[in-house]
Design a protein around this ligand. Structure first.
Ligand code: HEM
Length: 147
């Protein structure tokens, strides 16, 4: 955010607009912070707190593209590199929260993009994917969203 004054100021304005009315920070006003959700998503894409997730082990022999992976192989998933893969992300290295704006909604409405971190978009796996993905995703997001 320090490197992106435009984004910082936009976010500050949103937070002030939501909370200046009462002066209190309350959970119920969180839904008004639509831009904050985009900023958090973009931060998780470029800077996943667990960049290599947790190591896994293949249960049985499998093939992924040209790779033949024997059973019981230790596997490391590079979520950091996947989140910056230019095959899946336009201007992958640029911090650009607006990339997640769903084109069906205007920016002032509640925003939700079809690309999310919930484990079904494999280009965005900051919380992992599959049956061992993060259990604390809802709690973690609530903590991040609370200013
Ligand atoms: C922004 C916050 C968080 C991030 C980015 C995050 C990320 C992750 C990642 C990447 C994994 C490994 C998933 C995989 O290897 O596929 C994981 C696992 C896990 N996380 Fe989180 N986590 C966060 C917050 C939390 C919180 C707040 C809790 C608990 C309250 C939590 C509990 C767990 C547990 C129990 C697992 C292991 C799940 C399993 O192995 O079955 N996480 N998390």
């Amino acid at each position: 955010m320090m490197k992106n004054p435009r984004i910082r100021e936009k976010e500050q304005a949103e937070v002030r607009q939501a909370y200046d009315k009462t002066g209190d920070v309350s959970e119920s006003d969180l839904q008004e912070l639509a831009y904050l959700k985009l900023v958090i998503k973009e931060t998780l894409r470029l800077h996943p707190p667990l960049p290599l997730l947790l190591p896994g082990e293949s249960m049985e022999r499998c093939e992924i593209n040209v790779y033949k992976i024997p059973a019981k192989t230790k596997l490391v998933f590079n979520a950091w590199a996947i989140g910056r893969d230019s095959n899946y992300w336009n201007e992958a290295e640029r911090f650009n929260p607006e990339r997640f704006i769903n084109s069906f909604f205007s920016e002032s409405k509640f925003i939700s993009s079809s690309v999310d971190y919930k484990g079904t978009n494999f280009e965005f796996i900051s919380f992992g994917a599959g049956r061992r993905m993060c259990l604390g995703i809802s709690y973690g997001m609530a903590v991040l969203e609370t200013p």
